[in-house]
Design a protein around this ligand. Structure first.
Ligand code: NAP
Ligand code: 8YV
Length: 321
């Protein structure tokens, strides 16, 4: 393997990715995915490692580009259709974050229902001693039916955890999964009508864009709770805010937002929401595993001609050695 292969890293990324890649490649960093930043010296880069966006224009500024290794299982920031057309492989980081994200999803659900962050603030602000017990939480996980919008690697890991909590579980995906006892609903609105707790864990695609809309929230109902650990693009944020303000649903727990890192003031002002800054996979151990898989994909591509975890749209092998 040539030590001179150039790997471009646009924008910020976990430092372990850069450290790992620098052992074998020439790593070049630019501030963002702006193709105007690609100078003549950089344009022979054969690989991109990214935590964020890779638009078609950046791919086209790199004529020798072979692989884009995405830091994250969700690769909605990468124009994968264009990569597939150009014969560029895209890899992601499945599996290594599944259990961490499922843990966070359950934590966020409990925080939302039982108001645990607010209860801790009550204690820290001295209000326990001054004002007495924290008010009883209006909501509880007891007796709930949880619907999973998405039952892939992470959705299933969430469902397995929820089984231990003794709640009923149902789901909506495009195709039912074999061998599971959870109730399948062929439509999202049908799932929402059948449950009182909706957990979103689908990828951010055109098909899922703003799929959780006013109709779905209305179907979820006044005892309904929405948890989103998938992508902000899947929820119509304006419709969600309106539904929370009007009591159409009872509460929401959100790790992801439409326009990150911007979170609407109207959401922040609501007492019945629990908000996290996209931290579902954000532990040192899991981010290290993701970083190793990003570097491992690029290493494997140039060593063996195959990425370790290519996305389904780009099942390519390397043409030249
Ligand atoms: P996965 O294994 O590919 O599962 C995706 C699931 O979504 C499948 O059950 C799939 O079923 C379903 N799905 C896809 N498109 C759908 C559609 N149009 N309608 C209904 N269901 C649809 O992915 P994963 O590893 O579980 O990850 C899921 C997503 O979670 C990622 O893509 C990412 O966006 C998000 N995520 C977020 C964080 C975070 O930090 N908050 C961390 C990790 C992942 P069918 O194909 O049968 O429809
Ligand atoms: C990461 C994620 O926070 O894997 C994903 O799809 O959303 C998260 O694990 C993100 O990709 C890193 O920027």
């Amino acid at each position: 393997m040539s030590a001179r292969i150039r790997v471009l890293v646009p924008g910020k990324i976990n430092p372990r990715v850069v450290d790992r890649l620098a052992e074998r490649f020439e790593v070049i960093r630019i501030d963002s995915a702006d193709p105007a930043l690609v100078t003549a010296e950089i344009q022979d880069a054969k690989a991109v490692a990214v935590s964020g966006r890779v638009p078609a224009a950046l791919m086209d500024a790199l004529p020798g580009l072979e692989i884009i290794a995405n830091f994250g299982v969700g690769y909605d920031g990468v124009d994968v259709g264009h990569a597939a057309e150009r014969g560029i492989t895209v890899s992601n980081t499945p599996d290594v974050l599944t259990e961490e994200v499922a843990d966070t999803a359950v934590g966020l659900l409990l925080n939302t229902l039982r108001q645990l962050p607010q209860a801790e603030q009550w204690l820290r602000q001295g209000r326990w001693a001054k004002d007495g017990a924290f008010p009883l939480s209006p909501l509880s996980l007891r007796g709930r039916t949880v619907g999973l919008y998405g039952l892939g690697r992470i959705g299933l890991a969430i469902a397995r955890r929820l089984e231990a909590f003794g709640v009923s579980i149902a789901y909506h995906t495009r195709s039912p999964r074999e061998g599971l006892s959870y109730a399948y609903h062929p439509t999202l609105v049908g799932l929402a009508a059948a449950v009182d707790t909706l957990v979103v864990i689908v990828p951010g695609t055109e098909a899922t864009k703003r799929a959780v809309n006013a109709e779905v929230l209305s179907a979820l109902g006044s005892n309904g709770v929405l948890v989103n650990v998938g992508r902000g693009s899947t929820v119509d944020e304006a419709a969600l805010i309106a539904a929370l303000q009007a009591g159409v649903i009872a509460g929401a727990g959100l790790d992801v937002f439409e326009n990150e890192p911007q979170v609407p003031d109207a959401l922040m002002a609501l007492p019945n929401v629990s908000l996290l800054p996209h931290v579902a996979s954000a532990s040192v151990v899991t981010r290290n595993a993701m970083a190793d898989l990003v570097a491992g994909n690029i290493e494997a591509w140039f060593e063996t001609g195959r990425a370790l975890t290519p996305v389904p749209e780009t099942p390519f092998t390397r043409r030249s050695a």
